[in-house]
Design a protein around this ligand. Structure first.
Ligand code: CA
Length: 370
């Protein structure tokens, strides 16, 4: 603990102890309010997302979260939901929550990679952990604590809230038979995956989900990744590109984030904080379950109804992208100490997770294939 933090904690503690002595048996929080008065306090908050209006699963998951928090708190915490662009431009929610313009945001930490490069580990790492591994790291391997630590300078806390499972590799107008076929393409692909693609000669661009179809259809971009069959069908991407590649090597289990303004978070009584944390955890699981349940049917629709060409990336392309990923991670780590520290923690957890996976998930998958 830094000395200044220690002094502040000590002073607050002394004030609380003094107030407690003056109030007899009534418990008093560190802000000096009685527990009873804090329990009656109502909070009216806003959450802005990065997603298109009424978008299934992503927006639904946030709406469910807000409704459940309202019900579980006896309407003491009401959260009004705004889709991307309704209140805040989709890719500006980080600043809006950080500055306290709104209390909460929903998106993905890699959207803010320009501000917080280390945040990308809390969304997805190419060839990194899947949803199960990410949840294990975040909830049980110290990931959330690390996330809070790197978001502290921005006045934010964050919790996992949503996961898509393994994504698709993306939509391309032309076939990708070698790494050379990627050269010169302009592709919508965020985060570390975008940096890896840049090494392969791609010009990666970041744009919110609501802008992708028009950009691809007009030829502003030549290729895009978004999520997987269920969501990509919904965006109509099959109308603008014909080849749909798998697997999503760049996003094997991306975690979505619930970001919360730190001061607003601190103003909530403990029971409301617990309600928010548990509702976020429920939504995290609900979104992943929805994708797992709905992706295959959507894939069949894309293939049979819309005649999409669905194919696997050539093994050689995947191997080369894997090598480029290591180069990118090393370069980013050399540039940013926080990135290096979070990578070390992520990598160490992934190694243990992989070692266990060898004799659990992977051995089981082999056993089932007979
Ligand atoms: Ca994606």
């Amino acid at each position: 603990m830094k000395r200044r933090d220690f002094v502040r904690t000590a002073v607050t503690g002394a004030l609380a102890a003094g107030a407690l002595a003056g109030c007899g048996e009534q418990s008093v929080s560190s802000t000096g309010q009685s527990t009873a008065s804090r329990k009656q306090q109502r909070f009216n908050w806003k959450i802005a997302t990065t997603w298109p209006p009424n978008f299934p699963i992503f927006h639904d998951g946030v709406a469910r979260f807000a409704a459940e928090v309202g019900k579980m708190s006896g309407e003491r915490l009401n959260i009004q939901v705004f889709a991307g662009g309704e209140l805040i431009p989709p890719l500006q929610t980080f600043d809006a929550v950080s500055q306290g313009q709104i209390e909460m945001g929903h998106g993905a930490a890699y959207y803010w990679a320009g501000k917080v490069p280390a945040g990308q580990f809390f969304t997805a790492v190419p060839f990194g952990m899947n949803a199960q591994g990410m949840n294990a790291w975040l909830y049980s391997g110290g990931g959330i604590d690390l996330w809070h630590e790197i978001y502290k300078p921005y006045g934010l806390v964050a919790f996992p809230m949503g996961n898509t499972g393994v994504q698709m590799g993306g939509w391309f107008r032309k076939e990708i038979n070698s790494l050379a076929d990627l050269k010169g393409l302009k592709m919508r692909i965020p985060g570390l995956g975008g940096k890896v693609m840049a090494k392969a000669g791609v010009n990666p661009v970041l744009m919110a989900g609501g802008e992708i179809y028009t950009a691809l259809e007009r030829g502003t971009i030549d290729a895009t990744e978004w999520v997987g069959p269920f969501h990509d069908l919904r965006l109509g991407l099959y109308r603008a590109a014909k080849h749909y590649y798998y697997p999503g090597w760049h996003e094997p289990g991306p975690t979505l984030e619930l970001s919360i303004n730190r001061k607003a978070w601190a103003s909530l009584p403990e029971d409301l904080q617990l309600i928010v944390q548990n509702a976020a955890m429920a939504s995290n699981l609900w979104m992943l379950s929805e994708f797992e349940a709905k992706n295959l049917e959507a894939l069949h629709t894309l293939k049979d109804k819309h005649h999409v060409d669905i194919r696997e990336f050539p093994a050689e392309v995947i191997q080369q992208l894997h090598s480029l990923t290591l180069e990118v991670l090393k370069e980013e780590a050399a540039r940013d100490d926080t990135f290096a520290r979070v990578w070390q923690a992520y990598q160490s957890f992934q190694q243990s997770n992989d070692a266990w996976g060898q004799i659990s998930e992977q051995a089981y998958a082999r056993a089932r294939q007979g």
